[in-house]
Design a protein around this ligand. Structure first.
Ligand code: ATP
Ligand code: MG
Length: 759
């Protein structure tokens, strides 16, 4: 249904009206959350169509996430009807793929080029480093990958990178960049960053191509402009063109909207410079500031305003609303992450009883691993949910890998599990070795695991010496941990196999932030195993795997989207809104993330992230925290997030202000519960720091490095922190220690593999 022009202006406030009808020069709309930036953008498109200023095919609108693009497409279609199909409404990346596929001859590349995702790109970089004979211990391929990504986001070519390299390592990286790009070219492939960079180069170097697109796109609109990086910024410039370039076309009408308080992608090279200097970049630009918020109630806004106010150097803006105070923000201090999840589930239950649709509810957390405690309780209580922008816990690769290891320990004939982990982490056992063993197993009618044993016994001819060595080590890993498993708990077995196989060490040695997330998820799996023992003290590994299989299975029951609670990280929530929002895990060390706490710049970004989280809520906002959260089975005391304590008392309704365990502790040490609000607990940060220091450690120690321990020794473990040795059994390579890490956490550790230092 087409809407007429005056209809499109109805209900807009004067500033929004001004922004929608403005024409003739570049337009910048800066405004706080929920003030209608995206609405202005979509109405501006519709208005240009309705007034005949533009045809649908002359419009390109760009945003950041696929979800945001889909939503924008929908909003526009609702306003302008089927002609919406002729505009480009997409993410930066998909717009670029479209251009590159059409103009492949001038790129030049094959029209059927592949797009490499981050994993593909990292694999290619690892191969490149190998070709350069670089020692992966000294030169981390993932770090190289990230550096190349930074270069591409800055539009720096390999030769420019080489020219500006000062140190040897910089020169090595620049050389790797060149070879990596050559390899991409040979594979007729582009990585994600190439999509933008190559499009910019295409438009800059081919005036006739640039002219085609400038003639076509007379209206360029960009949402979330605060999150553009340099390459994206240049892409916009190239599409718009300027007066005196040689394209012979007047510049397109450019509209950008954004909010520097919501810039949350600095780690991908985003710079708010682009929004702050828009008026410099486009001297005749017109700026509109929006201040009225239409999304949230005053109480929610006051909470969000108070949180962001602590960031320095921002253009102060005050958002206001005339939608009334609304309900107060509800606060809850839980004893643990499970108590927090139970509170949230109970609350949602009550809300749905009073008529709220589960689809109106969203729960945000800082990191993906936090979804697990929530998912578990939702599964148990039958609340429908979905995890957006992330994979459900038990479908995650690292969780499946770890469970495959456990199954391989429990069942030496579990061929599927053993083959899954055969070369994970990479141990030099390629497809060929796997095929040889599989064929041998098939011929003899034995399991894949038995074929490995046969190979180790020298019964399979034709295996290269290197392969045989790798097989011996893999076999030893499984048999040793099987031995250990005879009288160890599932959690201890999990730790042992993750250490012995080098799985965690490989992830820790990586610079890829995704791998850091994977380590966090494995810590969560450890927590699952530890909890299992609480509910079933006699349970063995087999019982544990059975229980997990049940949960993991019910996990995959599909439901209808509209009626489901949405679980997502704050990053994926950008630009969206929900009637009811739970901001969970509001603890210093969780949100703000532990790694950002000591760095003012990163802390400011965390604060913007918190602002994004709170401003998604329309009617009801909950802020919850857990006094104790476990990682690697180590409960950590976490103080309330500084973002939580920034919320003024008069808008906050505490359901429970001090957790039960905090009240206890406070009374036994006669400490005021308020003292939990001060600073970050040294224990937690020490643990994190040590984890990082342990990064280069290889999975297995040689004999000399196995610490000689005796009862009473103090030790430092990468994950558990400080502990006291209670007992040591076995000798040398078979030594196992029971270590008390405090708070009742006694761990059984294989000294040969445990990341442990004697103090
Ligand atoms: P964010 O910064 O989170 O991206 P935004 O500035 O893009 O937010 P929108 O999503 O466009 O804000 O609008 C927020 C909500 O306010 C939407 O539900 C929108 O429909 C509503 N809204 C915006 N302007 C008006 C208005 N003039 N009258 C009524 N509702 C409005
Ligand atoms: Mg928006």
């Amino acid at each position: 249904a087409e809407t007429d022009a005056s209809e499109l202006l109805r209900g807009l406030n004067p500033q929004q009206h001004e922004a929608v009808v403005h024409s003739g020069s570049p337009l910048l709309v800066v405004a706080g959350a929920g003030s209608g930036k995206t609405k202005v953008l979509t109405h501006r498109i519709a208005y240009a169509l309705a007034t005949g200023r533009a045809r649908a095919d002359q419009i390109i609108a760009i945003t950041f996430t696929n979800k945001a693009a889909a939503e924008m497409r929908e909003r526009v279609r609702a306003l302008v009807g089927p002609q919406a199909g002729r505009m480009w409404v997409s993410t930066f990346h998909s717009a670029c793929v479209r251009i590159l596929r059409r103009e492949y001859r001038d790129v030049p590349i094959r029209s059927t080029f592949s797009v490499y995702d981050m994993q593909d790109a990292q694999r290619l970089m690892a191969l490149t480093c190998k070709r350069m004979n670089l020692d992966p211990k000294q030169f981390n391929p993932k770090m190289f990958s990230r550096r190349v990504s930074d270069f591409k986001n800055e539009l720096i070519t390999p030769s420019q990178a080489l020219a500006q390299a000062r140190t040897d390592i910089e020169k090595t990286i620049a050389e790797a960049y060149r070879l990596y790009n050559e390899a991409l070219q040979q594979a007729h492939a582009m990585d994600f960053d190439d999509l933008i960079m190559r499009t910019v180069q295409l438009l800059q170097n081919n005036p006739q191509v640039a002219r085609t697109y400038r003639r076509r796109f007379r209206h360029v609109l960009v949402d979330e402009y605060q999150d553009t990086n340099h390459a994206q910024y240049m892409l916009v410039r190239a599409l718009v063109g300027d007066e005196d370039d040689d394209a012979g076309v007047a510049p397109a009408e450019l509209t950008v909207v954004g909010d520097s308080d919501q810039s949350i992608y600095a780690f991908r090279g985003a710079t708010i410079r682009n929004i702050e200097e828009f008026e410099k970049d486009y001297p005749d630009a017109h700026t509109v500031v929006l201040e009225q918020n239409y999304r949230s109630t005053q109480n929610i806004l006051s909470a969000a305003n108070a949180v962001i106010a602590a960031n320095s150097g921002r253009r102060a803006k005050r958002l206001w609303t005339d939608s009334g105070d609304g309900a107060k923000v509800v606060g809850y201090a839980a004893d643990s992450e499970h108590d927090e999840a139970r509170f949230i589930a109970r609350e949602i239950d009550a809300l749905t009883d009073s008529g709220v649709n589960p689809g109106d509810v969203a729960i945000f957390y800082r990191t993906n691993a936090q979804s697990r405690a929530l998912e578990e309780i939702f599964i148990r209580t039958g609340l429908p949910y979905r995890v957006v922008g992330g994979t459900r816990f038990y479908e995650r690769k690292e969780i499946k890998d770890a469970l495959a290891y456990l199954r391989a320990i429990a069942n030496p004939d579990d061929s599927v599990s053993i083959r899954r982990i055969f070369n994970t982490p990479r141990r030099g056992l390629g497809d060929k070795a796997e095929a040889t063993l599989a064929a041998y197993a098939h011929d003899r009618g034995i399991s894949f695991g038995s074929a490995i044993a046969a190979a180790v016994e020298g019964e399979i001819p034709g295996l290269a010496a290197r392969t045989l060595n790798a097989l011996r080590d893999f076999y030893a890993t499984l048999t040793e941990v099987r031995d250990f498993a005879e009288d160890a708990t599932p959690a201890e077995i999990l730790d042992a196999i993750l250490d012995r196989s080098g799985y965690v060490a490989t992830l820790r040695a990586s610079d890829d932030p995704q791998d850091e997330t994977r380590v966090e998820n494995l810590a969560e799996l450890h927590a699952v195993a530890a909890e299992f023992l609480e509910t079933q003290p006699e349970g063995d590994l087999g019982d544990f795997l059975e229980r997990v299989a049940l949960v993991a299975d019910s996990d995959s029951i599909p439901g209808d989207e509209a009626g489901q609670i949405t679980l997502m990280t704050v990053h994926t929530a950008k630009g969206l809104e929900f009637p009811v929002v739970f901001a969970s895990g509001m603890e210093d060390g969780t949100f703000p993330h532990a790694r950002s706490i000591d760095d003012a710049t990163q802390l400011a970004e965390e604060r913007r992230l918190a602002y994004v989280a709170l401003t998604r809520a329309r009617e009801r906002l909950y802020v919850t925290r857990a006094a104790v959260r476990s990682a690697w089975g180590m409960p950590q005391d976490l103080p309330p997030s500084r973002f939580l304590t920034a919320i003024p008392d008069d808008v906050l309704d505490w359901r429970r202000e001090v957790a039960g365990n905090e009240a206890l502790r406070a009374s036994s040490t006669s400490r005021s519960p308020l003292s939990f609000g001060s600073g970050y607990t040294p224990k937690a940060s020490a643990v994190r720091t040590v984890q990082r220091a342990g990064v280069q450690r290889s999975a297995e120690k040689d004999e000399a490095a196995i610490p000689a321990l005796a009862a009473g020794d103090r030790v430092l473990h990468d994950s558990y922190g400080l502990g006291t040795v209670l007992e040591v059994t076995g000798q040398g390579r078979r030594a196992v220690a029971n270590v008390d890490f405090g708070d009742g956490a006694v761990k059984k550790l294989m000294l040969r593999y445990a990341p442990l230092t004697k103090l």
